[in-house]
Design a protein around this ligand. Structure first.
Ligand SMILES: Cc1cc2nc3c(=O)[nH]c(=O)nc-3n(C[C@H](O)[C@H](O)[C@H](O)COP(=O)(O)OP(=O)(O)OC[C@H]3O[C@@H](n4cnc5c(N)ncnc54)[C@H](O)[C@@H]3O)c2cc1C
Length: 435
């Protein structure tokens, strides 16, 4: 039966030819008469990397069982359709945490590997793929490969960050991080402009496990790039346990228009930047620290029927301040400020993933309501800036980068093509590579 699949930005969709919903990890799927295959995780990618028109879609969410948990050494093996939230529910009470987590816990293990996701601790520990010990990869020929650094290493490094194009990850084994309890000790620091951000980052990134900054995209002039810098660390034994707050907030319907526009943004940014801040560390549960947006169910519907884009790029440290300033000036000039504008530096620990996005440099992630050509025109300008700076756009967030930008940002593309499965393909792949 065919089915319509959406991604998180709700601009892209795809209709499948056939859906597989495997419930047994040992049973092969019948790919014999199928030309185009893609695995769908939980659709938390923003653009078209998780979509494939007229394809047979492996809906991985039913394969969500724990296989083995070594509580002594913190090694967990699960089926790849399990979500990070389901993993955290099991491991946190036993004193373990995910070594790397993105900004939502509603992604699957397979999706986290396929996009080699990064978190607030990239500068210190690298990306998700750095903590993958091994996995089983099923090819369209139904050959199954156990992949690790020691076994089928070429497939291991092609699949980490491989955008789901080397085959279907059936299960994976990951290394966890020991923690004392679910609490986080967090701090926040206001910065008045980009120069202050870079000065703060030099001081704070070296001594903090987790760092990230929110910036006010509408600010300009001497205030260009002002924002708030957040740091965090897992708390020690002595701290009082904080319970997560149950959230009942949600967007039940698709609004006809976006609630996020330049007027609501101006108010939000002003209030957020000027909110009362504690100068002392604040203790909080890990959920609001790592996953603030998960508190509002279906928050993507705030952008209305037309959906929204996310634009995330990384550029090398050289000239980063000037390049980020140029990007912000273009956005501020067009009054197209982003509700979510997240600035972070990335470190030099790589997972080895051939197509991994995370690399040393500065990354900026921005959300934009879909305003048609006006938004695309802005992206074309930003693309040129990123290209000239030697940067790359993140496929997990992308819906319109050019083939040239993909090729230039991902120099291992030719090596990757040799390991790509001939039947696995996505709308993203056909858009940027043309096959
Ligand atoms: C609120 C929010 C915050 C986010 N924050 C971050 C962040 O901080 N850092 C970051 O890096 N990303 C972030 N993301 C992006 C998100 O982490 C990635 O897009 C992630 O890959 C989505 O996982 P998914 O399970 O939903 O997979 P999908 O979006 O469904 O698929 C993603 C890719 O994985 C492939 N795939 C999925 N399962 C398998 C499998 N079993 N075998 C082979 N391939 C598979 C798909 O084919 C596709 O190419 C965020 C997304 C949201 C919505």
């Amino acid at each position: 039966m065919s089915h319509e699949y959406l991604s998180w930005g709700r601009i892209n969709n795809a209709t499948s030819m056939l859906d597989y919903a495997p419930i047994s990890r040992n049973k092969n799927l019948d790919f014999a008469d199928v030309n185009r295959i893609l695995t769908y995780g939980n659709g938390r990618s923003y653009g078209d990397v998780c979509l494939s028109d007229q394809a047979s879609i492996i809906n991985s969410r039913f394969l969500n069982k724990f296989i083995h948990f070594d509580r002594k050494d913190g090694i967990l093996t699960c089926e790849a359709g399990i979500t990070l939230q389901e993993i955290l529910k099991l491991i946190v009470p036993t004193g373990w945490f995910l070594s790397v987590t993105p900004g939502t816990q509603y992604v699957t293990l397979g999706g986290a590997i396929a996009n080699d996701v990064h978190g607030k601790n990239h500068h210190a520990v690298g990306s998700f793929g750095c903590f993958v010990e091994e996995f089983e990869l099923c090819l369209s020929s139904n050959e199954r490969l156990i992949c690790s650094k020691a076994q089928n290493a070429n497939y291991f490094f092609a699949t980490i960050g491989g955008l789901g194009l080397t085959g279907w990850i059936v299960w994976a084994k990951i290394r966890l991080l020991p923690i004392c309890n679910p609490n986080m000790v967090t701090n926040s620091y206001k910065f008045a402009n980009l120069d202050e951000y870079f000065a703060l980052n030099t001081e704070l990134a070296a001594n903090n496990d987790y760092t990230v900054a929110w910036i006010d995209c509408l600010s300009s002039g001497a205030k260009l790039g002002r924002g708030i810098y957040f740091t965090g660390a897992h708390a020690g034994y002595q701290e009082e346990l904080i319970q997560p707050k149950a959230s009942h907030l949600g967007m039940p319907i698709y609004l006809p228009v976006s609630l996020i526009n330049r007027y609501s943004l101006q108010i939000f940014n002003f209030l957020y930047y000027n909110r009362r801040q504690s100068s002392a560390p604040v203790m909080q549960h890990y959920e609001p620290f790592f996953y603030p947006l998960d508190a509002i169910n279906n928050w993507n519907r705030l952008y209305g029927q037309k959906g929204f884009y996310q634009y995330q790029f990384v550029i090398p440290f050289t000239n980063a301040r000037e390049v980020i300033a140029e990007v912000l000036k273009h956005i501020s000039k067009r009054k197209m400020g982003s509700f979510l504008a997240v600035l972070k530096t990335m470190g030099d620990i790589g997972s080895g993933g051939l197509l991994s996005f995370a690399r040393p440099g500065v990354t900026l992630a921005l959300d934009f309501a879909n305003q048609g050509n006006k938004t695309i025109e802005l992206f074309r300008i930003l693309d040129q800036i990123v290209l000239e700076a030697g940067g790359a756009i993140y496929p997990a967030k992308d819906a319109c980068m050019s083939p040239e930008l993909f090729m230039r940002g991902y120099p291992n593309l030719d090596k990757f093509k040799l390991l790509k499965d001939p039947k696995f393909s996505s709308n993203f792949w056909r858009r940027v590579v043309g096959e």
